[in-house]
Design a protein around this ligand. Structure first.
Ligand code: FAD
Length: 393
């Protein structure tokens, strides 16, 4: 075995990219996070991100993008999430699954229309999967597409949808034709303001952003906007593994941001005539927080590096579950380190603690991902290879 393959180092270009996003996030986004708590979309931050090329990183070069890897996208979201969950969630739509699905599956005219605008930061994308009666259990999905000559007629209701209030383009999962269960599900691209479509910002989350209900009432969509036909659910879910890695990178960033805040606080806050950072009990806390962050980070980067073009499903599930759970523990410890000030609304660690709750819900719940990993092991373990068959080394 070539041991060099097991070492993990960011390239010089990746380091420069992370540092430029870090400078922007620390110098500008960190002071602005309170502006977005009422559900206002962070356009100001998005324009800043577009200026340094971040929003174009998942767009192919042919459409004005940088065409960077899934790992690059995760590194960037991690840095943004350290100081502003709402901005990381806003950028997730552009550096994550939607853009890559369009780049991979959409017809040329759609790519030429939307991808350059995504790269420039002037268009935002949404993904519509969840329905009022079908969240985890996608086989219950009722939204459907009927073919009529050269058109697709889309009907159904989607709910808990991020960025729908501002998005220009929607990747919509729906039943194509009559095939029941998940085998009948495919994907279609819908432009904002397609007649028959309505958007209602139904829910204000404890993270700050709005989630919307999107209704498609016999929307007529050109037939070439079918991204994936019935029977292609495997392709859809395979692409969704990008979302799982990106969600995990936001959890990782929240945890890291809360650790950085905690260390600053421990250096300055005094009790019993010394810095609280000089108490052994406090040092053990940050040591454990950092231990958990580093362990989760290794798994996530490995999952991202497996992308070809989409990440390995088991690694993505393991990384997501690990980062989500870790971030809940670490942000909670950060609140503890800040004492009573950690619980006030104005404190960044209180915000990070609240936002960390999102991770294990969006992009596949912990339970459903545990089912996926468990099923893969129980049904698929081969006696000859044992676990080596799954380890992707
Ligand atoms: C901040 C945020 C942003 C979101 N953005 C989007 C978006 O942009 N687009 C989109 O389509 N959706 C989005 N969602 C919705 C999200 O994907 C769903 O909430 C999620 O898939 C779970 O579906 P549900 O809420 O209907 O829960 P349910 O499916 O009703 O599940 C309820 C509980 O039962 C558990 N459960 C269900 N089945 C099983 C099982 N077989 N075994 C064990 N436990 C099980 C679940 O894990 C969960 O704990 C977002 C959610 C949040 C919180």
């Amino acid at each position: 075995m070539d041991e060099d393959n097991l070492t993990f180092r960011l390239t010089g270009t990746q380091r420069d990219m992370v540092m430029s996003v870090r400078r922007l996030a620390q110098q500008r986004f960190k002071d602005r996070w309170k502006q977005w708590q009422d559900g206002t979309f962070p356009w100001e931050n998005m324009h800043d991100l577009a200026e340094i090329g971040v929003l174009s990183m998942s767009v192919p070069k042919a459409y004005g993008g940088l065409e960077l890897s899934a790992l690059d996208a995760a590194l960037v979201l991690e840095e943004i999430a350290k100081v502003c969950y709402v901005t990381a969630m806003a950028a997730l739509g552009e550096v994550g699954t939607q853009t890559r699905m369009i780049a991979h599956f959409a017809p040329e005219n759609i790519k030429q229309d939307i991808l350059p605008r995504v790269a420039a930061g002037s268009a935002v994308l949404s993904i519509c999967m969840t329905e009022p009666d079908a969240g985890t259990d996608l086989g219950r999905m009722r939204s459907n597409v009927r073919r009529q000559q050269d058109e697709l007629i889309l009907s159904g209701t989607k709910t808990l949808i991020s960025r729908a209030d501002v998005a220009e383009g929607f990747v919509v999962f729906a039943r194509i034709g009559d095939t029941p269960g998940i085998d009948g599900i495919g994907g279609v691209y819908v432009q904002r303001d397609t007649p028959g479509m309505s958007i209602n910002s139904a829910y204000h989350t404890i993270g700050g952003e709005y989630l919307s209900e999107v209704v498609f009432d016999q929307c007529r969509v050109p037939a070439d906007q079918l991204l994936i036909d019935a029977g292609g659910f495997k392709d859809l879910i395979s692409a969704f593994n990008i979302q799982r890695c990106m969600n995990a990178s936001i959890s990782l960033g929240l945890a890291e941001g809360s650790l950085e805040e905690s260390i600053r606080y421990m250096r300055n806050r005094e009790a019993y005539e010394q810095r609280i950072g000089d108490f052994q009990g406090m040092r053990w806390k940050v040591s454990e927080m950092y231990r958990d962050i580093e362990a989760s980070r290794s798994l996530l980067y490995r999952a991202c590096a497996s992308a070809d073009p989409f990440p390995d499903p088991v690694l993505a599930a393991l990384a997501k579950m690990t980062c989500n759970q870790m971030s809940l523990r670490v942000t909670s410890e950060a609140v503890q380190i800040h004492g009573g000030y950690g619980f006030v609304e104005e404190s960044l660690v209180a915000r990070q603690y609240c936002c960390a709750r999102y991770g294990s819900l969006g992009g596949g719940t912990t339970e459903t991902l545990s089912n996926l990993v468990g099923r893969t092991l129980v049904d698929g373990l081969d006696d000859a290879d044992g676990l080596l068959g799954y380890q992707n080394y």
